[in-house]
Write a protein that binds this ligand. Structure first.
Ligand code: ADP
Ligand SMILES: Cc1ncc(COP(=O)(O)OP(=O)(O)O)c(N)n1
Length: 271
């Protein structure tokens, strides 16, 4: 039905602390005026200090969540986040091939800011071979781009080369996030679009530890914009402004890597 309210889907893990994973995704989707749904792949015991424990759900229950959504809702865009291990990456890929949930944004989550592994080491190959080729948008941070390309990235040129390598693996549009870059002044992401055009998105680097869930927030905002019909370039540009505002207007929550301010963009926070 053409006039159905835009519906989105996140396929990821939960964060009991509310700052990352499915929680960050749904907050972002709500703020961007789309209806958010979720397939939970893993449950973490997590707060701003780190990940204390996690468990992936049985694949059968994950398959059933996909089937429930497909039987009723009209999802227009979806994203993946924490997928835990090779078996679950493969199971999610099978479901993404089975159902049409619109353009797919893949955030290839591997390691949380506190250092906890959210993807088993041997699953990187499954992400590279099975999930990346399905990605309409791929949003690795620098360590993830290095793992996926098996290349060390030490410069802007290295980010540009990695984006090309990731397109060669089958991703259509690539955003290499520079949050982990050692630049004191700017947070710069490199974007390579499917048609070959490329550009840098640059924002002032905020000197803060409240950066929990930045990657999730960026990728779920891209998903929300795509669900509303935006083209890939516009969706990525809005998402960069959204995450920048959410980082630049911090809220005091927790004692470690605090979560973002998901209201900031709507309230006219620095973009
Ligand atoms: N301190 C910061 N100041 C401003 N922008 C930031 C900061 N840290 C990250 N970002 C931005 O947040 C987004 C997510 O990047 P990143 O933190 O690298 O992802 P991830 O959470 O997956 O590690 C990117 O647009 C990046 O440039
Ligand atoms: C359940 C869950 N999913 C993803 C992450 C990582 O999120 P990210 O946006 O990369 O944020 P940081 O971990 O870098 O803060 C997570 N922590 N938990």
């Amino acid at each position: 039905m053409a006039n159905e309210f835009p519906q989105t889907l996140t396929i990821a893990g939960t964060d009991s602390g509310g700052g990352a994973g499915v929680m960050a995704d749904l907050k972002t989707m709500q703020e961007r005026n789309v209806f958010g749904t979720a397939v939970i792949v893993a449950v973490t015991a997590q707060n701003t200090l780190g990940v204390q424990d996690f468990m992936a759900l049985p694949q059968k229950l994950i398959d059933e969540q996909f089937a429930s959504l497909a039987a009723d809702l009209k999802v227009r865009a979806c994203k993946t986040g924490m997928l835990a291990d090779a078996e679950h990456v493969h199971g999610v890929v099978e479901n993404l091939k089975r159902y049409d949930f619109g353009p797919l944004t893949v955030d290839p989550v591997m390691i949380a800011k506190g250092g906890a592994a959210l993807l088993a080491d041997d699953a990187v190959e499954t992400v590279r071979n099975e999930l990346v080729p399905l990605a309409d948008v791929l949003t690795p941070n620098l360590p993830e781009a290095e793992r996926l390309t098996s290349q060390e990235i030490t410069s802007a040129v290295g980010m540009e080369q990695a984006a090309v390598a990731l397109q060669d693996l089958g991703a259509s549009n690539v955003v290499i996030k520079g949050g982990h870059e050692a630049t004191p002044d700017q947070a710069s992401d490199f974007v390579l679009l499917a048609d070959g055009r490329s550009f840098w998105l640059t924002a002032p680097r905020v000197d803060t530890v409240r950066t929990h869930g930045t990657g999730d927030t960026l990728s779920s905002c891209i998903t929300a914009e795509l669900a509303k019909g935006a083209d890939f370039e516009s969706a990525i540009r809005v998402a960069k402004d959204y995450v920048t505002a959410a980082i630049a207007n911090p809220i005091a929550v927790g004692h470690g890597h605090g979560p973002l301010n998901h209201w900031a963009y709507r309230q006219g926070g620095a973009e």
